[in-house]
Design a protein around this ligand. Structure first.
Ligand SMILES: [Zn+2]
Length: 577
């Protein structure tokens, strides 16, 4: 490289030097103003300062941070599912002309907004300004005290115990904690008693309280401003949040497992129950699922299993036992029905099943009477259940049912859902409304919802009673299937006696020492054992016989070859055979 000067005739070289290395690539210039610094922030963090007022570009605040005297006070405002916040950063007085004021509106779904979330948003505002001031003025040391009147928000933001993702405002809280850690300066926290102006003159209050009153009014003013503009809060991610979950296109502020689970599983499970219960898409929406869920939750684990098995039809009724190949038929143990499906457990026409049903319904009736159930409702339910079990063309006319408190509509709705589904614990949501209005008329404090919840448990008990009865019959009495099994066993026993003692070794003859009629008197298990024992004895005899036959053959072959050898060596020998 050469340095030159211009002359009248051209240029003259004044010096020569080596070529310096290439200049480093131009990087983004550090921000010169607070506004530039805020503008260069992560796009997800820009919400925290939506409007800012700074006079000296944060110079005096930077100086007070270095001296460890800076203060930041924030407060939130929350109303009608919408939140705003405001923060002020100053040195000694909130009225300091060089203070920095900012406002923001709180992101998040409408149902996740709260006064608490607005308090947190105020801290976010203060942290954003502090980060901008430190960047612009190259501050790497010093401290600030952040003050707010929301004690819970302050504790949650300042501590470092792990935050559960189920906790409200998990997203904002983790973002704030990360931002506190990232600031190059030390943060101290101070709780300010809120609304101290309510109790006396503002002039007597300290700077913290006065700043608190100021930001409180600023947050409210900003709320009114955005409300007039028709703003509605919406969720968004935050720069230091690290991870988040969105559901149906909206980010969640926390992981609330139950609604999330319901949101994911509900469409599938409703489609299942619709198919299983043979319902229309409309009928499935009429079931009081909330109360079904509550009643279910209150059951013991064993009973939960019972309800699920019965309602889904996956339990040991004849049909399933046949499908699972535990038995070679699907018969009902109580009556001649060849296919015992889940509804048959309740509709079985056997006299003892009928008696069990009547007893269960009498119990239900007694319970309903005790619960001060609306008498017309009680008789309508019992009549409909009776008609479901004994279908006939002349069922009770629905128009004869009173429409008082919406009873007729409830019966019609249950008709569309189905009475078997009612017995499986899927009642119409209208029942609790009817009973609620009846309780109100009675001037009782009971609620229709509690009544329905208990009713669901009672009707589950009806199907369990029927199932228990069926099982008792199956184990204690002779069913057609059992009879067939006994006949098959007896036939095999007879065959064994026909075969007789031939084919049995002497020590096994005792199996036939009793008469055939005597063996018939054994129970099924004993008969099966007898049959397998004698079968085994015959197999043993055959094996033994074969073994003996083969060993005799070998001996004979040996003798013959020995005699042949002797004949060839010594001439003819006497034949011993
Ligand atoms: Zn039956």
């Amino acid at each position: 490289m050469a340095s030159i000067v211009r002359t009248s005739t051209g240029v003259r070289i004044t010096g020569i030097n080596e070529v310096p290395p290439l200049a480093p690539p131009i990087t983004a210039l550090p921000p010169a103003t607070i506004l530039e610094a805020l503008d260069q922030r992560d796009v997800h963090d820009k919400w925290a300062v939506q409007s800012v007022d700074t006079v000296d570009n944060g110079r005096s605040l930077a100086a007070s941070i270095l001296r460890g005297e800076a203060r930041a006070v924030s407060d939130g405002s929350f109303k009608n599912n919408m939140g705003t916040s405001s923060s002020i950063l100053f040195h000694t007085k909130s009225t300091d002309p060089l203070r920095i004021i900012s406002v923001n509106s709180v992101p998040g779904n409408c149902d996740e907004q709260s006064a608490y979330r607005s308090e947190l948003a105020g801290i976010s505002g203060s942290l954003s300004i502090l980060a901008a001031v430190c960047t612009v003025h190259d501050v790497h040391t010093g401290s600030v005290t952040i003050g707010l009147d929301g004690e819970q928000a302050m504790i949650a933001a300042s501590e470092d115990w792990p935050v559960s993702p189920e906790r409200p405002d998990y997203d904002l809280l983790t973002d704030i904690r990360a931002k506190v850690k990232r600031l190059p300066i030390q943060i101290r926290w101070k709780w300010i008693k809120g609304h101290q102006d309510d109790f006396g003159s503002q002039a007597l209050l300290d700077e913290w309280a006065q700043a608190n009153i100021y930001v409180d009014s600023m947050a409210k003013a900003y709320w009114n401003h955005i409300n007039t503009e028709g703003h509605r809060p919406s969720p968004q991610g935050f720069g230091d949040e690290s991870w988040s979950i969105s559901y149906q296109g909206r980010k969640l502020s926390r992981i609330d497992k139950i609604p999330l689970y319901n949101g994911i599983m509900e469409p599938d499970s409703k489609a299942y129950w619709q198919k299983r219960g043979q319902m229309t898409a409309d009928a499935i929406t009429k079931i009081d699922w909330t109360l079904v869920g509550k009643a279910f939750k209150n059951l013991t684990t064993a009973k939960k299993r019972r309800v699920t098995k019965h309602a889904t039809g996956h339990f040991g009724c004849g049909k399933m036992m046949h499908i699972w190949q535990f038995q070679d038929h699907a018969e009902c143990p109580r009556c001649p029905e060849p296919l015992e499906d889940p509804p048959h457990i309740l509709t079985c026409p056997a006299p003892s099943a009928h008696l069990c049903w009547t007893t269960a319904l009498t119990g239900l009736e007694g319970w309903m009477t005790k619960q001060h159930t609306m008498p017309e409702l009680q008789s309508a339910v019992l009549k409909c259940l009776h008609e479901w079990r004994h279908p006939n063309p002349h069922r009770c006319s629905r128009s004869s049912i009173t429409s008082r408190y919406g009873l007729r509509a409830a019966v019609l709705e249950q008709d569309s859902i189905g009475w078997y589904n009612f017995l499986m614990g899927q009642p119409s949501a209208r029942w609790s409304e009817v009973q609620q209005r009846y309780y109100e008329w009675l001037q009782r404090k009971n609620t229709g919802k509690a009544w329905t919840q208990a009713l669901i448990k009672k009707i589950w008990a009806v199907s369990w009673d029927m199932w228990d009865h069926r099982n008792k019959v199956r184990t204690s009495s002779i069913t057609p299937a059992k009879l067939r099994a006994i006949e098959a066993l007896n036939h095999q026993i007879e065959l064994q006696f026909d075969l007789g003692k031939e084919g049995l070794s002497h020590k096994d003859h005792h199996w036939l020492s009793e008469s055939c009629a005597h063996v018939f008197t054994y129970d099924s298990e004993h008969k099966s054992q007898w049959l397998s024992s004698i079968d085994l004895a015959r197999v043993r005899f055959d094996n033994q016989h074969e073994f003996e036959a083969s060993s005799i053959r070998r001996q004979r072959e040996f003798m013959e070859s020995w005699m042949h050898r002797n004949r060839t060596r010594q001439g003819p020998v006497q034949n011993y055979r």
